[in-house]
Write a protein that binds this ligand. Structure first.
Ligand code: GLV
Ligand code: MN
Ligand code: MN
Length: 405
C-alpha cells in the first residue's frame, strides 16, 4: 500500500492524523462514525482545539463544536468532517478541518479578536459510510432526517444507530432536530478539496462553490431462487446476481442518455454469498445525481423501469427503495459573492459532490471554498492537493474570517 500523500509544514494536522484509520485493503483511509479511527480523530481534534484555547462541546447529534471566545447565537461557523468513505483520500473532510484550525491560529497570532461568536464545527458521518445516509449529522440537526428513522438505521454488523450512539455516551433520545444548535449558526463556511477536474480546468488554486447536483441513494433488492451451483441446469435458474448485472448496464445507459447526469452502483451484497451457491437475494445501492431535481427523479424513474425489465428477464423480482434524497443546492448568492470579492474575484464552481454545507443551506446562508485537486480524483487514495494550494486555501479562509468576524 502506498502512503497517501499529505501536505507538510503549516498544515501539520494532516500529518498528525496520517496514521489514523488507514485502509490496508484499498489504501487510503476508512474512518467511520464512532468506530476506533473516528473516535481517535475526535480526540485529536479536541486536543488540537484546546491547544488553541477553543472550548469544545459535542451536540445532541454527535457533531463536535469548538468555540473561539464565548458561545452564542448567530455565530460565524466554519468546518467540515473527519469521517471518510471506505478507502477514501486524506483530504476529503480533514483538509477543511485542519485549514480552519490553521486559519484561526494565524488570526490569533496576528492579535485579531472576533467581534461575534465563532465556532469550528465537525459534522458526524458526512459520508454515510456506516449507516448509509450521507450528511447524517447535519440532516439530524436540521430535521431533514426523522429521528425515529435515524435511530433504527442499521450498520453492516447489525448495530443500530441508537445502540452505537449509546455506546459512545450519546443519548439516542436526544438525536434529531436541534433548534438551539441551528440558532447558533449565523452562517456556515466549509473549505473542501475539489473532487473533480474543475479547478485544473480553471487553472486556479481556489474557487467558491456555486451549486451542488441533486442526488440520492436507493437500495435495489433482487430476489430469485437460491440453489446449487453444480446441480442446477443453466435453463432452470432464477439468479438475482444476473438480474443485478443486467440492471447495472441499464443504470449506466440511462445516465449516459440523460445529459449531465451521473449514476453509480458502488456497493453490492449477495445473500448468502457463497462461490458454489446461486444467490437467493442480491442488493445493490444506486447513487444517482443530476443538475435539477426533476432530472434526477426522471433518471431514477428510467432506472426503475430498466431494473424491472432486467429482473423479469432473469425470472426474478426487484424492489427499489429510496434511502436518502438531497435536492439541488444553489449556494446563498449574497454570501457567495461576498467571498468571491474578498478573494479578489476567484472563480465560482459547481460540484457533483454532496456536503453538509449543502444540507445546511436550506436553513442558513452557507458557502464553500474549494482547493484544487491536481489528480481530479476523489473518494480514492489518489485524491491530492499540493502544499501551495492547501496554503492558498488557508489564506482564503483567513481572509474570509477576518472579514466576517
Ligand atoms: C459525498 O462526498 C458525496 O458526494 O457522496
Ligand atoms: Mn466525500
Ligand atoms: Mn467531504
Amino acid at each position: 500500500m502506498t502512503a497517501p500523500a499529505t501536505a507538510h509544514g503549516l498544515l501539520s494536522g494532516l500529518d498528525e492524523i496520517a496514521e489514523i484509520g488507514r485502509d490496508t485493503r484499498r489504501g487510503g483511509y476508512s474512518r467511520h462514525l464512532w468506530q476506533p479511527a473516528d473516535l481517535e480523530l475526535r480526540d485529536w481534534f479536541a486536543e488540537r482545539a484546546v491547544r488553541l484555547g477553543l472550548d469544545v462541546e459535542i451536540d445532541r447529534n454527535g457533531n463536535t463544536w469548538a468555540w473561539w471566545g464565548p458561545r452564542g447565537d448567530d455565530a460565524i461557523v466554519v468546518g467540515s468532517h473527519l469521517d471518510s468513505v471506505p478507502g477514501g483520500g486524506a483530504y476529503d473532510g480533514p483538509l477543511g478541518v485542519v485549514s480552519t484550525l490553521d486559519a484561526i491560529a494565524r488570526l490569533q497570532a496576528s492579535g485579531f479578536r472576533p467581534t461575534r461568536p465563532c465556532a469550528v464545527l465537525v459534522f458526524a458521518e458526512e459520508e454515510g459510510s456506516r449507516f448509509g445516509i450521507a450528511c447524517l449529522g447535519s440532516r439530524l440537526m436540521t430535521g431533514a432526517l426523522d429521528a425515529d428513522q435515524a435511530r433504527a438505521l442499521i450498520d453492516p454488523e447489525g448495530i443500530s444507530l441508537a445502540a452505537a450512539a449509546s455506546a459512545v455516551g450519546i443519548d439516542p433520545a436526544g438525536l434529531g432536530e436541534d433548534p438551539a444548535a441551528l440558532a447558533r449558526i449565523g452562517l456556515f463556511v466549509e473549505l473542501h478539496v475539489e473532487q473533480g477536474r474543475g479547478l485544473i480546468d480553471l487553472d486556479s488554486p481556489v474557487a467558491v462553490a456555486s451549486s451542488i447536483l441533486a442526488h440520492g441513494r436507493w437500495r435495489i433488492t433482487f430476489t430469485g431462487e437460491g440453489n446449487h451451483a453444480g446441480a442446477t441446469r443453466m435453463a432452470d435458474r432464477r439468479d438475482p446476481m444476473l438480474a443485478a448485472a443486467r440492471s447495472m448496464l441499464g443504470v449506466r445507459d440511462a445516465a449516459v442518455a440523460s445529459s449531465g447526469s451521473r449514476a453509480t452502483i458502488g456497493r453490492i451484497e449477495a445473500v448468502p454469498g457463497g462461490t458454489n451457491v446461486i444467490s437467493s437475494q442480491v442488493a445493490v445501492w444506486l447513487d444517482a445525481r443530476a443538475a435539477e431535481d426533476a432530472a434526477a427523479r426522471d433518471l431514477v424513474t428510467e432506472i426503475e423501469a430498466r431494473v424491472a425489465e432486467a429482473a423479469a428477464a432473469e425470472g426474478c423480482t426487484a424492489v427499489v427503495a429510496e434511502e436518502s434524497w438531497s435536492g439541488a443546492v444553489a449556494f446563498d448568492p449574497a454570501l457567495r459573492d461576498r467571498l468571491v470579492r474578498s478573494l479578489d474575484g476567484v472563480p465560482t464552481l459547481p460540484t457533483g459532490a454532496g456536503h453538509d454545507a449543502g444540507v445546511l443551506s436550506s436553513r442558513r446562508p452557507t458557502a464553500m471554498i474549494f482547493v484544487r485537486n491536481p489528480t481530479g480524483v476523489s473518494h480514492s487514495p489518489e485524491e491530492f492537493a499540493t502544499l501551495d494550494d492547501c496554503l492558498a486555501g488557508v489564506d482564503a479562509l483567513e481572509r474570509v474570517l477576518r472579514e466576517l468576524l
